[in-house]
Design a protein around this ligand. Structure first.
Ligand code: F6P
Length: 327
């Protein structure tokens, strides 16, 4: 039986979303099914903004950052009226399965929509934050880490020349996955993440110790949500503690753009293909993730009610890698 699928991207965009869209469209069409793209995420869904997508429509998007379907953080969709409008639009269009690609807000949206619409809903984890429980990695995380790393390597040149302390803020309001991986891979002095408590005085002392041991420039990687008021407030507080001057760099949305890495293209492509298979097998209300290289199906609610933890061993070892060692 010919199936009618729809696909949307929602919330913060993530490099690799296009690879996932392409995979869904190509795999579904190769099996004789029909795919509709929904523009501007849930906002477009409730407005009924569907456009047909064939294999040719997804040519040369594999390597593109952002999302060709566009995205939005829809407030209307959070209301009962919005959910009913989205349900009516899906029914009018005759869609039987909706694939939603996004982060925790998107997956919460899937769960709410499932209470109104009787069709199959399947989600793909797409967020640079990597904070969805049940999948080892989310689409976009690897690219964001590599983008931040590339930027920090440039900052390091000037930090070393001037023998300066730098505070570099990376994205992650509630999760420190990006900060932790970036800190380790750029050889940062230390890192601050929302999940791990820290003492500022000890941190300042550690930076000084590194300098005394001959370190030229020092880098502290700070997750967006690690300190109230962000990295600017943190710099003021640290300056008060020991009079040091800090240079600040907020990497911000740079981390969300750019061509996806090979790892993100592969992950997104596999997840897209698994998603089509799962839809044909009658699965519903699940996120399609990957664990230890194998596909996993996770109940939507679990993905955002369970907290994905940073690896405790890595957190313990990371500070020991700096010149001054663990405090
Ligand atoms: O996509 C997740 C995320 O990148 C967070 O790390 C960040 O806090 C947030 O999005 C920023 O969202 P916006 O682009 O809506 O400001």
């Amino acid at each position: 039986m010919k199936r009618k699928f729809a696909v949307l991207t929602s919330g913060g965009d993530a490099p690799g979303m296009n690879a996932a869209i392409r995979s869904i469209v190509r795999v579904a069409c190769s099996m004789g099914h029909e795919v509709w793209g929904v523009h501007r995420g849930y906002q477009g869904l409730l407005a009924g903004d569907f456009r047909p997508m064939g294999p040719r429509d997804v040519s040369q998007i594999l390597e593109k950052g952002g999302t060709v379907l566009r995205t939005a953080r829809s407030q209307d969709f959070r209301t009962e009226v919005g959910l009913l409008m989205a349900t009516a639009a899906l029914e009018r269009q005759g869609v039987d399965t909706l694939f939603a690609i996004g982060g925790d807000g998107t997956l919460r949206g899937c769960e709410e929509l499932g209470k109104h619409w009787g069709g199959q809903i399947l989600a793909l984890p797409g967020t640079i934050d990597n904070d969805l429980w049940g999948t080892d990695f989310t689409i976009g995380f690897d690219t964001a880490v590599n983008t931040a790393l590339g930027a920090i390597e440039k900052i390091r040149d000037t930090a070393d020349s001037h023998e300066r302390f730098f505070l570099v803020e990376v994205m992650g309001r509630h999760a420190g996955f990006i900060a932790l991986e970036v800190a380790i891979t750029c050889g940062a002095e230390d890192f601050l993440v929302p999940e791990v408590p820290f003492d500022l005085k000890t941190l300042c002392d550690k930076l000084h110790e590194g300098k005394a041991l001959g370190k030229t420039g020092s880098m502290l990687v700070v997750a967006e949500g690690a300190y109230p008021g962000g990295v600017h407030a943190l710099a003021l507080e640290m300056a008060k503690l020991n009079g040091d001057e800090f240079r600040i760099c907020v990497l911000g949305h740079v981390q969300r753009g750019g061509s996806p890495t090979a790892a993100d293209r592969l992950l997104a492509t596999r997840l897209g293909a698994y998603a089509v298979e799962a839809a044909l097998a009658g699965e519903r209300g699940k996120m399609i993730g990957e664990s230890a290289g194998r596909p996993v199906l996770v109940d939507l609610v679990q993905t955002f009610t369970q907290k994905k933890l940073l690896d405790p061993w890595t957190i313990r070892m990371a500070p020991c890698l700096s010149l001054a060692g663990a405090p």
